[in-house]
Write a protein that binds this ligand. Structure first.
Ligand code: HEM
Length: 567
């Protein structure tokens, strides 16, 4: 009878133990089961440690390899030498200085493509030449991870605005179809309804002066809200609180998302998360309200019910009909409720801030230049001869001076100074022979391109809508609009068209471009047709000097009032 355990007799895997004599045989060993388990645990732990070590080494090798590739490819792109991070750029970022001016100097020294080291593992590549920009913005399909993190932090799960192109592609298409449908089916009618409500609100405040920015934010809020939620939005009692909360949350999102580990220990961060949660609850509320109203309508209103029967369904079941709200475009059968809410919050955040900036810029140019206002008025009334006639999309397309004004305002004062892209997985080889490594941050300095004297003429930094009505500019293409029936000004791919980028370009270009241009033009046309916009008589010195120069990088925020026109 065996009195000591033969080590080789101890199976070192559980399977081995089961395949041999099994537990019944183990007591035959000294220590029996305990020896087996100890040995088993020891070998198992060793195996796990080895597997972990190999995996960690593998990840490390991949990262070192990626870093070496980044350094090798990055150093071949023209740009200043820097060991770890470019000190000039670091100083500009630290002091909140003029990044456009800094990039302008670098492009002057190094040419149309310049690289800068943000840190040892972070490369920034700035592109300034229109042909290269077009190529880069088409090939670089992903957004920066910080952008994706910011939207996710504020909106929760969503499949718009996040980094990966693959994940947003479908939703972009359904949203575009929804917005286009909104314009073509009931575009004019729907937009007029929005404008009527907004004008009603203006009437109630028209005796007072209101600052251009808050007025424009209010307008933008109503345009986007009514587009996404339908008529339910107008009698929503929480609308004012929602607008305020949205603006508070929009301000700090990027800051909190810049932490790679969410700073839960900071009270400011916890407070911010609470605001985001409140915003989500309010959004869910208005989504429900809009759905309820839509259901009520379809049950009680036979016409609407019949129209609903003919709704266009997207392939995944989303309703894209212009008579309904945006849930279809934000939904699709694959989206969870959380994603629908996230997409809608993302659209509200992006749409309101960008539209408010554009409306405010237009109004500022209008009040600073009475001549511009007169010209616009002539352009508008020439098209709507009948006093009571409702504006429609075709009317707008004939208001060429108005469209050129909207376009020129967007050119001179884009919503942000840089377009930002990246390619997360693949290196990008551009025609000039330069290879931009995967993960590098690609930027297009909008002011440099949109105010380049060699493209726009010596008065490039001046406000002059006329420049977009010449033969060398294609207004419709710039605005992403359908061609007007006379089709004039058709110069596809002209350098001005390529250098007009307030809505981006290529694979991640703004989905709302066409919609927003028409909605804002409709708003301005209705406003100026009915009201004269006047600045406050005690205009500040800032306004006076800006009006004299007519070159505005930082537009003032004038107080304005609306005087009813005697038609
Ligand atoms: C004046 C108003 C607006 C401006 C200036 C603007 C500008 C932009 C810009 C610059 C981009 C990034 C483009 C790029 O990287 O190439 C963008 C993306 C986008 N915009 Fe707008 N936008 C405006 C209004 C709107 C509106 C009203 C909507 C929809 C209701 C909208 C929907 C989107 C979407 C969905 C994306 C991102 C798509 C993606 O992640 O791929 N935008 N916009």
């Amino acid at each position: 009878m065996a009195t000591s355990c033969d080590a080789t007799a101890v199976p070192f895997t559980l399977l081995g133990a089961l395949l041999t004599a099994g537990p019944a045989a183990w007591p035959a060993c000294v220590g029996g089961g305990r020896a087996f388990l100890r040995d088993y645990a020891q070998r198992g732990t060793n195996a796990l440690l080895w597997a972990g070590l190999i995996a960690a080494t593998w990840v490390l090798v991949l990262r070192v390899n990626a870093l070496l590739r980044l350094w090798a490819l990055g150093s071949r792109i023209p740009g200043p030498h820097a060991l770890l991070a470019d000190p000039g750029l670091a100083a500009v970022l630290r002091t909140g200085g003029d990044i456009t001016g800094f990039l302008s100097k670098l492009h002057g020294c190094y040419g149309p493509v310049v690289r800068l080291w943000l840190g040892p593992s972070q490369l920034l590549v700035s592109v300034k030449e229109p042909n290269l920009i077009k190529e880069v913005l088409t090939k670089a399909e992903d957004k920066l991870q910080l952008t994706g993190r910011t939207y996710t932090l504020v909106c929760g799960r969503l499949d718009l605005f996040i980094s990966s192109f693959q994940k947003v592609q479908d939703r972009r298409e359904s949203l575009k179809a929804f917005l286009d449908k909104k314009l073509t089916t009931d575009g004019g009618r729907g937009s007029l309804k929005i404008i009527d409500v907004v004008l009603g609100r203006i009437r109630s405040i028209s005796s007072d002066f209101v600052d251009s920015r808050s007025f424009s934010q209010h307008m933008a809020f109503n345009i986007i809200g009514a587009t996404l939620f339908g008529d339910a939005f107008f009698d929503w009692s929480d609308a004012a609180a929602y607008e305020e909360l949205l603006m508070m949350v929009a301000k700090d999102g990027c800051f909190w998302a810049s932490y790679s580990v969410p700073p839960f220990w900071k009270p400011g961060y916890r407070k911010y998360r609470t605001l985001c949660a409140k915003l989500q609850i309010l959004t869910q509320g208005v989504i429900r309200k809009s759905r309820d109203q839509y259901t009520t309508l379809s049950h009680f209103d036979q016409t609407s019910f019949q129209r609903n029967e003919g709704m266009i369904k997207d392939p995944r079941g989303g309703v894209l009909d212009g008579t309904t709200s945006c849930h279809g475009a934000a939904e699709g059968s694959l989206s969870s409720e959380e994603e629908i809410c996230g997409n809608i919050m993302g659209l509200m955040l992006h749409g309101i801030s960008t539209c408010a900036t554009l409306i405010s810029n237009i109004l500022t140019y209008v009040v600073l230049s009475p001549k511009l206002q007169d010209q616009l008025y002539v352009d508008i009334v020439a098209v709507c001869k009948e006093e009571s006639s409702e504006l429609n999309v075709d009317d707008l397309l004939r208001m060429r001076y108005l469209l050129a004004t909207v376009c020129e305002s967007a050119r001179l004062s884009p919503a942000g100074p840089l377009l930002q892209r990246c390619s997360l997985k693949h290196d990008l080889t551009i025609e000039s022979g330069i290879t931009v490594p995967a993960g590098a941050v690609l930027v297009v300095p909008l002011h440099l391109v949109q105010m380049d004297n060699s493209i726009w003429g010596n008065d490039a930094s001046q406000f002059n809508p006329q420049r977009l009505l010449g033969k060398d500019a294609d207004l419709e293409e710039m605005l992403g609009l359908p061609k007007s029936s006379n089709g004039f000004n058709f110069h596809p791919g002209s350098v001005k068209t390529q250098s007009f980028l307030p809505f981006g370009s290529g694979s991640r270009a703004c989905v709302g471009q066409k919609f927003v241009i028409l909605a804002i033009s409709m708003l301005i046309a209705s406003l100026l047709r009915n009201y004269e916009v006047r600045p406050h008589p005690g205009l500040s010195e800032e306004m006076d000097s800006a009006a004299g120069g007519s070159s505005f990088h930082h537009l003032p925020n004038p107080k304005i009032t609306f005087i009813k026109r005697g038609i």
